[in-house]
Design a protein around this ligand. Structure first.
Ligand SMILES: [Zn+2]
Length: 161
């Protein structure tokens, strides 16, 4: 039996089409891009999450001789250290490639590891997380629910079977 998993997301042609809340969150992610320190890749990534209480937290990617961490991963680590429980309503991710001759005008998407970490945060909160993916300009993607971005995902629930 062949089965099909469909993935639905929204596409916007520019930031001008976003609602005010999403545009604000993306702007905070833009600010976080300026705090990135990827000394090897020179690929600056910023992220901003709006929690269910309306507060916004931001982070960026870091690279040094011993660790390389993604912006989303750093943000989740911070939230886990601050709160026993939290619900991310929306998370925005954007980037600026600092390598000469490159473009930053397309939507960046979370890597596989970050999708897994975001999925676990989504599962724990029991609330579908909106994921806003953007570049410095150009199209923007918005997915509702990390589950849709990671079909047949590994789940902590497997450990209980
Ligand atoms: Zn990642």
């Amino acid at each position: 039996m062949q089965k099909v998993i469909q993935f639905t997301y929204e596409e916007f042609s520019s930031r001008d089409e976003l609602n005010i809340a999403d545009a604000e969150l993306l702007k905070r992610a833009d600010e976080a891009v300026t705090h990135a320190s990827p000394q090897f890749s020179h690929f600056n990534v910023g992220t901003a999450a709006r929690l269910s209480d309306g507060s916004i937290y931001t982070s960026s990617n870091k690279e040094n001789t011993s660790i390389i961490t993604c912006a989303e991963q750093n943000l989740l680590l911070e939230l886990h250290s601050l709160f026993r429980e939290f619900t991310i309503e929306s998370i925005a991710v954007t980037f600026k490639n600092m390598n000469p001759g490159t473009s930053s005008d397309f939507p960046i998407t979370p890597c596989g590891k970050c999708r897994q970490l975001l999925l676990e945060a989504e599962d724990k909160s029991g609330h579908a997380m909106r994921v806003i993916m953007a570049g410095q300009s150009g199209k923007i993607y918005i997915a509702t629910g990390v589950h849709s971005m990671l079909p047949l995902a590994y789940s902590e629930s497997f450990l209980q079977h």
